[in-house]
Design a protein. Structure first.
Length: 495
């Protein structure tokens, strides 16, 4: 049997971390089994639809390499393919209606004409009696003639599931094991609303069945809805698919993450400078674990290692330190040209006019920071000193307990010495050799020479060493001049 999974987002917001995890697990399980991954869009709640959300969800999945085999995908715009469509629920209304009516005719569902006021009244009474609010099956007692006349006079109505009393609904969740619920705790769920739209429960069951879904993988928050779905499968006489509910994603505080919190939108993570491949690697571990030491996985390796048994039961905690660590690792392992291409937008955002500098220089700047960078968005702040003259703290220029006069003297001597060197010498090995020889010949203490030199070049408390910085400036035709100017300004400040 072909394994078929689906991701079924509602376009009520941009793709968030939880959605990405659901999509990833569904994708992995399909790929692992040479099956199919379907993207269906559940847009039956028109009031909550957010413009642009559908496009964002589909495009982001494609950016992450999670391209659906059927349903919506992104290829220079929103496209859809597959034999079992349409894949947009609002285009399937007649299918839901037909199925809801089928349930009415075999008594698993019934028409309900109750007004909002009556429902409100009955809810109030239940609350007063401290009973859980449930529909009281009032309309189940209507006679065939009454129903007929109400329908022919176009009275507003819904179709409700007729949940039998005193039965036990059971299903096996592949993560959580057997789950049992008494039907006495299940409401007569509305299946078809008065505007002809299905509720989520009807639409999800009909579509998962008609689209031959074998494994429903979705967040734990859908477990309470599953008994209703099981009742629907049996009312239709259909075999239900396998259910897999990975654990909720929790914030470090232990609270459940909500997609309404803007900071869990995938787009925000990408804008903060997390790499898609690092984020995907991180998200894979939210509720799954390969049960080995390996922590770094590309998509192909994830497909190989993924299995449903390795999904954990308990909450997956979003640990941003771990994300930073993984992201830093991906950045370090990246080829410089690739890193460069990805970093340019962040440099531009930081106000650096990249078009005014040769690529060789920009790449060298990056190479210097590649080791330390955790997020691409940090890059502007880190490399700013290459592009604008530093502001010096005179105290910082002075090495430990050294004397201002010595430092000033050393800086001036170094400046004069560097002045005599030809520009070609401003490359890592040669400049290091020359400067070290000079320091020795002058009897300077290393710290008293190299510390102020470094601070004069970067203005920073912590930065790469002076030879590395000079080597980078060496890639600019005016590099030597910049270096001398900085030494001069630092000396002036100390003077
Ligand atoms: N449309 C639901 C959502 O927005 C999908 C639930 C499911 O996968 O069954 O999350």
């Amino acid at each position: 049997m072909e394994i078929r999974t689906r991701f079924a987002p509602s376009p009520t917001g941009f793709l968030h971390i939880g959605g990405l995890r659901t999509a990833l697990f569904s994708f992995l399980w399909a790929r692992k089994n040479s099956g199919k991954f379907i993207l269906r869009v559940e847009d039956t709640d028109k009031a909550r639809t957010v413009p642009g959300a559908l496009e964002n969800i589909v495009q982001t999945l494609t950016d992450f390499g999670l391209t659906p085999d059927e349903g919506f995908y992104w290829d220079n715009g929103l496209k859809s393919r597959g034999e079992l469509g349409p894949y947009l629920q609002s285009e399937r209304l007649d299918i839901y209606k037909k199925h809801a009516e089928e349930l009415v005719s075999n008594k698993h569902a019934y028409y309900c004409f109750c007004t909002e006021q009556r429902l409100e009244q009955s809810r109030k009474e239940q609350q007063e009696k401290k009973l859980p609010p449930k529909y009281d099956k009032h309309c189940l007692n209507l006679t065939a003639d009454e129903i007929k006349s109400k329908l022919s006079s176009n009275q507003p109505h819904v179709i409700r599931l007729n949940v039998p009393s005193d039965q036990v609904v059971r299903f096996t969740d592949l993560v959580h094991g057997e789950i049992k619920v008494s039907t006495n705790d299940v409401d007569d769920q509305v299946l078809l609303k008065s505007d002809g739209f299905p509720t989520y429960h009807l639409a999800v069951v009909v579509d998962d069945h008609l689209m031959n879904i074998t494994h429903i993988i979705r967040g734990e928050e859908w477990i309470p809805s599953t008994p209703k779905h099981i009742l629907l499968y049996s009312a239709f006489g259909w075999e239900s698919p396998q259910f897999v509910h990975p654990p909720n994603i929790l914030a470090k505080s232990g609270k459940k993450l909500s997609k309404r919190e803007g900071d869990v939108a995938v787009k925000d993570f990408l804008e903060k400078g997390y790499l898609a491949e690092a984020l995907l690697n991180f998200v894979a571990f939210l509720g799954w674990n390969p049960k080995t030491e390996q922590e770094i996985f590309n998509l192909r390796e994830l497909i190989e290692s993924f299995s449903l048994e390795k999904i954990n039961r308990s909450g997956a905690v979003l640990d941003f330190d771990k994300l930073d660590w993984i992201n830093g690792l991906y950045i370090r392992n990246m080829k410089i040209e690739e890193l460069f291409a990805r970093v340019v937008p962040f440099l531009v955002k930081a106000g650096i006019k990249t078009e005014n500098y040769p690529k060789s220089f920009l790449e060298k700047v990056l190479l210097l920071e590649q080791e330390r960078l955790k997020k691409l968005s940090e890059v502007g702040e880190r490399v700013k000193y290459f592009f604008e003259d530093p502001q010096y703290d005179p105290q910082l220029l002075i090495w430990k307990k050294s004397d201002k006069k010595i430092i000033l003297d050393n800086l001036q001597k170094l400046q004069n010495f560097l002045q005599t060197l030809p520009s070609e010498k401003f490359a890592k090995e040669s400049i290091e050799r020359e400067v070290k020889q000079f320091i020795e010949s002058q009897g300077m203490k290393t710290g008293e020479a190299l510390w102020p030199l470094r601070v004069a070049l970067s203005g920073l408390d912590a930065s790469p060493g002076p030879f590395e910085i000079m080597d980078v400036f060496g890639a600019l035709s005016e590099g030597k001049e910049i270096i001398l100017k900085r030494l001069n300004r630092a000396a002036e400040i100390l003077f």
